[in-house]
Design a protein around this ligand. Structure first.
Ligand code: AMP
Ligand code: MG
Length: 418
């Protein structure tokens, strides 16, 4: 009797092949398009990814200059200088930053020089001001020797003219933008940031601020996904909640897809589910419904419609966040032009014993702490896929293989969540 009840669902479920995380992710990533490019001014390019390499049109620095406030000298002249027996040189001029020297430094001479000022001809080192003493109007005592080239920054020592400074795929952060300015590069060609429409699905969902009627819950996924899209460098578009009604869901999904480069939906993709979300997703484009051998987050839907990726995430709050992290984040990074898509993984030692009775890999929420280059992992309590709190307490995920019984001290793969 029990079997008769189970059979229809079971058959339907079995037809969907179970994929490993790596397999599913690779299949999905292979289909993800890289977005088109645009020209942006460097005051508006932070967080974008370079689409074309940037090369140096000129040397940086452009000329030999002083790394110190002090005196430009010929090193050989001050070889014997000591505190007791200073060398005396005559000062021919003062060279301030931004001004070219007008005189050569000959034997027995020095030029007072400021940090960043151009080295005068003849001089090959700078004695720092702290070990000198100006006396009379134009003489200086040097109390310490310097070696040749000391305290001199050479033309092209940072970057040589013609050298490639940044490859395509480089994320533009403050150092890159500062570098672009130093290269006289006012505009760059970058990939567009993906705009990502986010829709929650389910009759049980209640927006914030409204009274919770019996049987209803708060819609939390939309807010979490919104933040995740932003953190991944995308531009989220909030499309609200779709009720479990086919026509309305289709209207909202189509509207969302028209407004964005990608669509994320949460809920409604497991078997045994009210079939609204799945049948609408299937209408939009080439959508695959996958069982991925992971916990949380087994049911997922992926596809492309009009060249735009669609991600059908599971509804359980932890599943939604974890599947975004493992699948959607790398996809959005690829769209934005990144070449490194996955977060680094590393080994961590379990601080407690951990069991995974399931036939799927379990991504457990954990606190990862580092000491002397070694990581320790401690889980953050109940790991049910609806228990958001244990994700709030976590700074990373650890991977417990299917069926594994691990004792404290065992080593697992780990990754940070930020
Ligand atoms: P579903 O995948 O639609 O079957 O949903 C699985 C579980 O996640 C159910 O308990 C839903 O109520 C819950 N859920 C679905 N969507 C959301 C959401 N946006 N926010 C919070 N919980 C949700
Ligand atoms: Mg639902």
């Amino acid at each position: 009797m029990l079997q008769n009840v189970r059979v229809p669902y079971y058959d339907k479920w079995r037809k969907i092949k179970m994929l490993s995380v790596d397999e599913a992710r690779q299949r999905m990533l292979n289909t993800i398009p890289v977005l088109s490019t645009e020209k942006r001014g460097i005051l508006n390019c932070a967080g974008y990814v370079l689409a074309e390499a940037v090369s140096a049109p000129e040397h940086i620095p452009p000329f030999d200059n002083s790394a110190m406030d002090g005196f430009a000298v010929r090193a050989v002249d001050v070889k014997a200088a000591t505190e007791e027996n200073p060398t005396v040189l005559s000062v021919v001029e003062t060279i301030a930053a931004g001004h070219a020297p007008t005189k050569q430094v000959l034997s027995g001479q020095a030029a007072r020089i400021m940090t960043g000022a151009m080295m005068p001809e003849g001089a090959d080192a700078v004695v720092m001001q702290e070990v000198t003493e100006l006396f009379s109007r134009d003489s200086v005592k040097i109390f310490e020797n310097v070696s040749e080239n000391q305290n001199v920054r050479f033309a092209g020592e940072s970057v040589k003219a013609g050298e490639e400074v940044m490859p395509p795929g480089k994320l533009l952060r403050a150092p890159e933008i500062s570098m672009l300015a130093s290269l006289n590069c006012a505009e760059v060609i970058v990939h567009r940031k993906p705009t990502v429409a986010i829709v929650s699905t389910g009759d049980e969902l209640t927006p914030l601020g409204e009274r919770l009627e019996p049987g209803k819950i708060r819609d939390s996924n939309r807010y979490g996904l919104y933040a995740q899209v932003e953190e991944a460098g995308g531009v989220p578009i909030d499309m609200g909640i779709a009720p479990d009604d086919e026509a309305e869901t289709e209207r909202i999904f189509r509207d969302a897809l028209a407004k964005a480069d990608a669509l994320i939906t949460s809920g409604g993709v497991s078997v045994g589910e009210h079939d609204v979300v799945k049948s609408v997703l299937a209408k939009l484009g080439e959508i695959n419904f996958w069982r991925v051998a992971m916990k949380p987050g087994k049911p997922q839907a992926y596809g492309i419609a009009d060249g735009k990726p669609i991600f059908g995430l599971p509804g359980n709050p932890v599943s939604s966040l974890v599947v975004f992290e493992l699948f959607v984040r790398p996809a959005l990074l690829k769209m934005a032009g990144h070449t490194h898509l996955l977060r680094p993984t590393f080994k961590a030692v379990l601080a407690e014993s951990v069991k995974n009775r399931d036939g799927r890999v379990n991504y457990m929420r954990a606190i990862l702490t580092e000491q002397d280059g070694h990581y320790t992992a401690k889980t953050t309590g109940p790991q049910g896929s609806g228990i958001l709190h244990s994700l709030v307490l976590a700074n990373g995920l650890i991977t417990i293989p299917a069926g594994a019984k691990l004792a404290a001290g065992a080593t697992v793969d780990a990754q940070f969540l930020d």
